[in-house]
Design a protein. Structure first.
Length: 342
């Protein structure tokens, strides 16, 4: 991992003509706000282009980038925001694909936002990998890059050292996901609170939900979800959730999927995993107590769910994001795997 002189993880944002300003800004905003417990910045974010100087955006202003492609040589992470005027006709040859390949070979993590995935694919970085892009561009992407396993329905796809996200807002989810991978849920949650965005949306969540807002006077599952979040430690049932929303189980299940993008059971399991991760990072509770307070009941159940979500045991997760703890361990120490389970 490349770091700055101050020991920070260096993130290079590759800016090209026609860049979407929101995507450029969100990378700086999110990584730039990540702090350690002592308040020390954890990332250094630098903007670069094909050459230093002015770069057109897709709005009525330009931005100045202080560095050229040489900045990618010192980056631990390279992020490619979208440029709708270039992406879908991007060549596979030239300085940008070559620089991305060189950075990746050197060990940099490479990520794209929205149609920036076209650039990664043109460079050959998505060959045989799972990826996503904006759903409106999915058909063209598949036609251009048939060897890429495109999933146009998800918010982001994590292949370890190469990550892709859907539209602009999904770039927020992807950046928070990378911060969580690097420094844990507490740091990412703090960034989300400072930025006033949802702290975590799974990459497998739908890009768009068929029924995001209910019609006037129509019941929603939102209050039931809020009620459940306050009671994750309890053995909640589908019937209880449906009753809370004053719906039949069948109607509640259908409406829940329409509004949340996943089934109630999947949603509940994800919330409990997130609660467990928070407790492992922020408390010294034994694994058995973490399991109880997050609603898994037993250490074995927690271990199975956490293993499925992030690929490690509870003690290994705690050691990674909180440092070694005293007391009995629940399994062999392992590193947190690069990509979370879908």
């Amino acid at each position: 991992m490349s770091v700055s002189a101050g020991g920070r993880h260096r993130v290079a944002v590759l800016v090209r003509d026609g860049v979407l300003p929101m995507e450029l800004g969100l990378v700086h905003q999110l990584f730039g706000r990540a702090r350690s417990a002592a308040g020390t910045p954890l990332y250094e974010v630098v903007s670069c282009g094909v050459a230093a100087g002015k770069v057109r955006t897709d709005a009525d202003f330009e931005v100045h980038v202080p560095a050229g492609l040489a900045a990618l040589r010192d980056a631990a992470t390279v992020v490619v925001p979208a440029s709708h005027e270039l992406d879908e006709r991007c060549p596979g040859a030239g300085p940008v694909p070559a620089a991305l390949v060189a950075a990746h070979r050197r060990g940099a993590r490479v990520a794209s936002i929205c149609t920036g995935a076209f650039v990664l694919a043109a460079a050959g970085l998505l060959e045989g990998r799972r990826a996503t892009t904006h759903w409106l561009s999915a058909d063209r992407f598949t036609a251009m890059f048939p060897s890429v396993a495109l999933d146009p329905a998800v918010l982001y796809a994590d292949e370890g050292d190469v990550l892709t996200s859907a539209g602009e807002a999904a770039g927020i989810d992807l950046c928070l996901h990378m911060i969580r991978r690097d420094h844990g849920a507490a740091v990412a949650g703090d960034v989300a609170r400072r930025t006033v965005v949802p702290p975590h949306r799974e990459g497998g969540q739908a890009q768009f939900i068929a029924r995001p807002v209910a019609a006037p006077r129509e019941a929603t599952t939102g209050p039931a979800r809020a009620w459940a979040l306050e009671r994750l430690h309890e053995p909640l049932t589908l019937a209880e959730l449906a009753a809370r929303a004053s719906m039949s189980v069948r109607t509640f299940t259908r409406r829940f999927r329409q509004e949340a993008g996943v089934s109630p059971a999947v949603w509940l399991a994800r919330q409990r995993v997130e609660r467990a991760r928070q407790l492992l990072e922020e408390t010294d509770l034994p694994v058995e107590r973490v399991a109880e307070r997050s609603g898994f009941g037993t250490a074995a159940s927690l271990r199975a769910h956490l293993q499925a979500a992030v690929g490690v045991s509870p003690s290994a997760y705690r050691a990674t994001f909180r440092g070694p703890q005293d007391g009995p361990q629940d399994g062999p120490q392992e590193g947190v795997r690069a990509g979370a389970a879908r």
